[in-house]
Design a binder for this molecule. Structure first.
Ligand code: NAD
Ligand code: ZN
Length: 364
C-alpha cells in the first residue's frame, strides 16, 4: 500500500505509552528506523506470512539494525508453546543479541503473543514491536500487552504483561488472509461496537458491504484505527485487568466453552459470535436489554456469515460446566459481560445458573 489514509492512535500507559500507526508500512519507515537503527533485531514470523512475501519489505525497513535475523515459525496455534519461546530466546543468545536488542513480531496473534513473551524474559526484558498480519491481531492481540503461550493443560496459561514499543498496522496485509481468519477479526470488531461504541455499530451496519471488501483500504484503515482506539482506551483504564478490561471478554465466556467442546475445531470468531448472540439473548431474558437490540446484533453477525453450527458435544449441561471452568471466574461464580444496549455492557456474576441453563436449552 503506497498511499492512502493514515491514522495514529496513542495507548496512554504512563511510561509504557506507545503509538499504533495504521496505514501503508512504507509511510511509517522513519518511525521503524528510529526504533530499529543500531540494534540487534530479530523478526519473528510464520511460514504462511513468509510465503506472502511480507518479510523482505520489513527487513528493508529495519536495514539500520546492527544485526538482523528472521525466525520463521510453523503456522498455527500448536506452535504456541514454551519451547517456541525458548527457541526465540536461544536464537537471540546464539547470535549474541545484547540487552538493547529488539524483537519484531510480523505475524498474527500466535507469533505476536510468543514474540512479546520472549521479549519479556530474554535478558530480563528487551523491547519489541508488533507488525500484525491478521485482522484479529490488528484490532485485538497486538494491542494491550498481553503476551504468553499455551501449556498442555490449557490455552494461554503462562505469560506476562509486556507492552510493545509501537504497533505498525498495514491493512494491505489483509488481502492474502483466508476468509475464515478474516471472520475471526470481524467478530472482535462487532464486539467493540456492542461493548463500547453504538456509533461504530451503526456504521458497521450501514457500511456492512465494505466490511466484506478487503480491497477497501481506506475503509479498513479507519475501522482498524477506531477499534484500536477503543481497546487502547479500555487498556489505559485498566492495564492489568482488575476491572473494566473484562468487558473485552464479551461473548468469550460462552464462546470459550463452545471452542473447548468442539475440541478447538470451531474457529474463535464463530465461537465468539455465537457467544455474543447468547449473551445478548441472556440479557433480554433477564430484562437487561430489549429484544430488538439483540436481533440487530444477530443480523450483523449473520450478514458477515458468523452463524456457526453448535458443536455436537454441546448440551446445556456441558456448556454450563465448561463455563464454570472459565479462568476469568472469581469465587466459583460465572462472570458474564451482558449488554444493556448496543454500546454499553455490564459485568455481572449473579445470574442464577438455572436461567443460563434455560437459555441454553432454548438456543442450542
Ligand atoms: N494478546 C492478546 O491480547 C490476545 C487477544 C486475542 C487473541 N490472542 C491470541 O491470538 C491467537 C490467534 O491469533 P490469530 O487469529 O491471528 O492466529 P494466527 O497467528 O495463528 O494466524 C492465523 C492464520 O493466518 C495465517 N496468516 C497470518 N497472516 C496472514 C496473512 N497476512 N496472509 C495470509 N495468511 C496469514 C497464519 O499463518 C495462520 O495460519 C491465539 O493464540 C490467541 O490466544 C491474544
Ligand atoms: Zn477473542
Amino acid at each position: 500500500m503506497k498511499s492512502g489514509k493514515k491514522r495514529r492512535v496513542r495507548v496512554r500507559l504512563g511510561r509504557n505509552s506507545y503509538d499504533i500507526f495504521i496505514g501503508a508500512l512504507d509511510g511509517a519507515a522513519d518511525e521503524i528506523d528510529r526504533i530499529a537503527a543500531g540494534r540487534d533485531v530479530a523478526v519473528i514470523t510464520d511460514a504462511n506470512v513468509a510465503a506472502c512475501n511480507l518479510v523482505e519489505p520489513v527487513c528493508e525497513l529495519c536495514s539500520g539494525a546492527s544485526k538482523l535475523g528472521v525466525i520463521t515459525l510453523r503456522p498455527g496455534e500448536k506452535v504456541k508453546t514454551f519451547e517456541a519461546v525458548a527457541g526465540i530466546c536461544s536464537f537471540a543468545a546464539a547470535n549474541n543479541f545484547d540487552r538493547h536488542a529488539l524483537f519484531a513480531a510480523l505475524a498474527g496473534g500466535v507469533g505476536g503473543d510468543l514474540c512479546g513473551f520472549a521479549a519479556g524474559i530474554y535478558k530480563r526484558g528487551i523491547d519489541f514491536i508488533q507488525i500484525p498480519t491478521t485482522l484479529l491481531a490488528m484490532v485485538d492481540s497486538a494491542v494491550g500487552g498481553k503476551t504468553g503461550c499455551d501449556l498442555p493443560e490449557g490455552k494461554n496459561l503462562i505469560g506476562l504483561f509486556k507492552q510493545p514499543k509501537a504497533v505498525f498496522i498495514d491493512p494491505a496485509f489483509l488481502k492474502t488472509l483466508p476468509a475464515k481468519e478474516r471472520r475471526n477479526g470481524l467478530a472482535e470488531i462487532i464486539k467493540y461496537g456492542v461493548i463500547r461504541d453504538r456509533e461504530l455499530f451503526e456504521r458497521l451496519w450501514t457500511q456492512r458491504r465494505s466490511l466484506l471488501n478487503f480491497n477497501d483500504l481506506d475503509f479498513y484503515t479507519a475501522l482498524i484505527a477506531d477499534c484500536c482506539a477503543i481497546k487502547a482506551d479500555v487498556v489505559a483504564a485498566d492495564e492489568k485487568e482488575s476491572g473494566l478490561r473484562a468487558i473485552l471478554n464479551f461473548g468469550h465466556t460462552f464462546g470459550h466453552a463452545l471452542e473447548l467442546l468442539s475440541g478447538f475445531k470451531l474457529p474463535h470468531g464463530a465461537a465468539v459470535a455465537r457467544g455474543m448472540s447468547l449473551a445478548a439473548k441472556l440479557a433480554v431474558k433477564v430484562k437487561l436489554m430489549d429484544k430488538a437490540e439483540a436481533d440487530r446484533i444477530d443480523a450483523l453477525l449473520d450478514f458477515v456469515k458468523l452463524t456457526p453450527k453448535t458443536p455436537s458435544a454441546a448440551t446445556p449441561e456441558t456448556v454450563l460446566d465448561a463455563m464454570r471452568g472459565d479462568k476469568k471466574n472469581r469465587g466459583g461464580r460465572i462472570t458474564l459481560i451482558l449488554p444493556e444496549k448496543i454500546g454499553r455492557v455490564k459485568i455481572v456474576d449473579d445470574i442464577p445458573e438455572n436461567i443460563i441453563l434455560d437459555l441454553l436449552g432454548e438456543q442450542l
